[in-house]
Design a binder for this molecule. Structure first.
Ligand code: MG
Length: 392
């Protein structure tokens, strides 16, 4: 194995609950949206869209106060099951780039992509790709921070909100970081910040430079961890979710909407190819194949079929998806997005019987082998087409 430099990506969804509401109700886009309970129940704001924040509305503010500040805002109840569904879909999306995905909260996650360079490119490029995919597939904005560890990655994201991609390196610890207020460090809460200010320590640079004994006189044993924070040091590893995925999916958005059968089939082939390579890489086989079709008007339909037995074969999944597409009556509509989801996953990928087609199996394994050695784009199906934007 080759040594890899640490590469952490922190992903923070922008105004998550409000953005999910705006994504599923286009009439709310560009308008101030406040998600929270009801005024009569004296609840507080869970999330405010950036349009509502412009009026001064903040998270945890009483809804009644938010109404006074921004009477024109659309106030919505919290729909936790909808946000949780999107959260899970996002974790699946992040999982296309690495197995090391740690959900931090419903709207934040950390990824370790050190081992993903070969297949997916450098960490900064992966971050940009994730940002695009999150927008293409869910209509949501997110901010990403790229750094050698979790602490710096979170800070990089915090400094780049909203909709940014921030990068912090070890060198920045002795540069950009020094001018930041100490309160910017994740782990320095309001109380600690106040105590640091009382000692005249207002910036990260000051905290870096202050002699440890001076700090220890005020903070005791907490002095050393505080210094570590100031130098952006964190040894905390990414702790991935252990549970096996219930499904895996891949989607693509066309550059221009199309109804051309050949283009649609080519896209399905590319999707099946990408998805099944990932499935095989994680040693799963799938029993159910679902097709998602979104047309130009954003109307989405889903069809699924269950296979006679679990498969790892690209060809079998492609054939199933094509069968599902053929059964869809598109009429005069054009297709904007196609997606394939496989579910009913079983582990131990190669538990195939002879009639599953050993040729398929041998071909898939040969393709996976070439890609493992020479990169993902070294080999691809001949019929895939160029009118697609969102394959990772
Ligand atoms: Mg957020």
């Amino acid at each position: 194995m080759f040594a890899s430099t640490p590469a952490i990506i922190h992903i923070d969804m922008d105004a998550f609950f409000a953005s999910v509401e705006q994504a599923r109700r286009p009439e709310l886009r560009g308008r101030p949206v406040v998600v929270g309970g009801r005024v009569e129940r004296r609840s507080v704001v869970a999330t405010a869209s950036y349009e509502a924040r412009a009026c001064g509305v903040r998270t945890a503010m009483p809804v009644a106060q938010a109404r006074r500040l921004c009477p024109q805002a659309v106030f919505l109840p919290t729909d936790m099951s909808a946000y949780t569904a999107v959260h899970h879909a996002l974790l699946e999306l992040f999982g296309r780039f690495t197995d090391l995905v740690e959900p931090v909260s419903i709207d934040e996650a950390v990824l370790d992509v050190a081992g993903s360079r070969r297949l997916c490119g450098p960490p900064r490029a992966i971050a940009g790709r994730i940002q695009e995919l999150v927008y293409d597939e869910h209509g949501l904005a997110c901010t990403l921070g790229v750094a050698p560890n979790k602490l710096l990655a979170k800070l990089a994201a915090d400094l780049s909100k909203p909709a940014g991609v921030g990068v912090l390196s070890e060198a920045d610890v002795h540069g950009r970081l020094r001018a930041l207020p100490v309160g910017r460090l994740h782990g320095v809460g309001p109380v600690t910040q106040e105590r640091l200010h009382a000692l005249g320590l207002t910036t990260v640079g000051m905290l870096q430079d202050v002699p440890l004994p001076f700090l220890a006189a005020a903070f005791g044993r907490a002095a050393r961890p505080l210094k570590q924070l100031a130098f952006g040091r964190s040894l905390s590893p990414v702790r991935p979710i252990a549970a096996a995925p219930s499904s895996m999916s891949h989607e693509t958005t066309f550059v221009t909407d199309t109804a051309e059968p050949l283009a649609l089939r080519a896209a399905l082939l590319a999707l099946a190819d990408e998805l099944m390579a990932r499935l095989r890489g994680r040693r799963y086989a799938a029993r159910t194949v679902a097709l998602k079709v979104r047309d130009s008007t954003f109307h989405t339909l889903e069809r699924h079929t269950t296979l006679p037995r679990a498969t790892t074969s690209t060809r079998v999944v492609y054939a199933a998806a094509t069968g599902l597409l053929d059964a869809v009556d598109l009429g005069p509509r054009r297709v904007r997005l196609l997606g394939i989801t496989v579910s009913g996953l079983v582990s131990g990928a190669c538990q195939l019987t002879f009639d599953d087609g050993w040729k398929d199996l041998a071909l898939d394994e040969a393709v996976d082998g070439v890609r493992a050695r020479y990169g993902r784009h070294a080999i691809r199906p001949a019929a895939t087409c160029a009118n697609r934007v969102s394959l990772c």
